[in-house]
Design a protein around this ligand. Structure first.
Ligand code: MRU
Length: 362
């Protein structure tokens, strides 16, 4: 997508041909800055500290993290140790495991001397593939939005609610949940997005709002508790969210609070769709509530909040009394029964085992 008129991805190779550049998402929306990753440890830190985040982008960054490790030492031992370090950075998004397994499977049979070059080729392929998959999700999701628009009076806006950031910043480009929104906007459909702020890290308020605004898409930031009310009042036509891991039976892990939106949508009869590229499907598990590991992050993300002060300086303030404890589960699981449908790169399907297998046969 475009930043200040320039086509930009979230991750790319530096002009030196080996180090890796990323957008430092911890500085948005106040500052657009990039960071350069030169070592495995820097790549692992970028994922852990959420300079990069979002399931597909975490996978792509991990792939380049392996490249950086192999540049120094391409032995079997380093490949295994680097993959272990990267895998431990964030537990919920399954794209991380998928990307590391894909890299290891391709690289292990090669002679060590061949591995660094092959790793860079494969990491670039993973990135390009992510862009293709997400654009296809956009094309399929567009039809959903077009159908809703067709039932409304001419030029009436289509109101879409989203949670967290599942836009291009969460992927290499296009995004998952927001890809259909960008396609609809580009097709001239009057879309408007309700953006959940998404406490505690505010990916909605800081990232989704920033990227929609940069593309010119009308949007309104709401506090996380407002969605149910807006649905009851008929002000939401459709909910689309992303996912960090979808089980073989269609249960969906996504940013904490997604489950509550799905419950409200069910109660109000609002369609609740989840957009995902196939690397986000974990075929090894069925029951997401039981089997998806939920990341527990630093309680400081709850007890404190970051923002820019009146002079534009990024600062942090404390919200809770000294001595109060805070807990920070970062994701929740929405059971498949609450999901109207899945939007994948191969089309739409019900959030069921059979639905997924109709698109991805064994
Ligand atoms: O903790 P984050 O910011 O990495 O969480 C991201 C999300 O929950 C996204 O909605 C999800 O990864 C889907 S992104 C295409």
């Amino acid at each position: 997508m475009k930043v200040a008129g320039r086509s930009t991805r979230t991750i790319w190779l530096h002009a030196d041909g080996w180090s890796v550049e990323i957008i430092d998402q911890t500085q948005l929306p106040h500052r657009y800055t990039t960071a350069r990753l030169t070592t495995l440890d820097e790549a692992a830190h970028a994922i852990r500290a959420m300079l990069v985040r979002g399931a597909p982008l975490i996978g792509a960054t991990a792939a380049y993290g392996l490249c950086l490790a192999l540049r120094k030492d391409a032995s079997d031992e380093t490949l295994a140790a680097a993959a272990k370090t990267l895998l431990a950075t964030r537990p919920t998004a399954v794209n991380l495991r998928w990307a590391l397994e894909r890299m290891q499977t391709a690289l292990l049979p090669l002679e060590p001397a061949q591995r660094p070059a092959a790793a860079y080729v494969l990491a670039a392929e993973i990135c390009d593939e992510d862009v293709r998959l997400n654009e296809a999700i956009g094309t399929h999701g567009l039809e959903l939005i077009r159908a809703i628009a067709a039932k409304k009076p001419p030029r009436a806006r289509v109101n879409i609610l989203t949670h967290c950031n599942a836009g291009w910043l969460a992927t290499v480009d296009w995004g998952t949940a927001l890809a259909p929104v960008y396609k609809a906007y580009d097709a001239g459909i009057p879309v408007h997005v309700w953006v959940d702020e998404t406490r505690p890290r505010n990916q909605g308020a800081s990232l989704t709002a920033w990227e929609l605004g940069s593309h010119g898409v009308r949007h309104t930031v709401i506090c996380d508790n407002a969605g149910g009310h807006l649905m009851q009042r008929g002000q939401v036509d459709l909910v689309i969210v992303g996912t960090d891991r979808t089980t073989a039976a269609g249960d969906v892990a996504n940013k904490i609070g997604t489950y509550l939106k799905a419950l409200a949508a069910k109660d109000c009869g609002v369609p609740f769709y989840v957009a995902l590229p196939s690397p986000t499907i974990d075929w090894t598990i069925e029951d997401g509530v039981r089997d998806i590991p939920i990341e527990e992050r630093d309680a400081r993300e709850v007890s404190h909040i970051r923002g820019a002060d009146t002079s534009g300086r990024i600062t942090e303030v404390q919200l809770i009394p000294n001595g109060s404890s805070a807990a920070n589960p970062a994701f929740d699981v929405t059971p498949a029964r609450l999901v109207t449908g899945l939007i994948t790169e191969r089309g739409l399907c019900p959030a069921t085992r059979e639905g997924l297998r109709s698109l991805y046969p064994i």
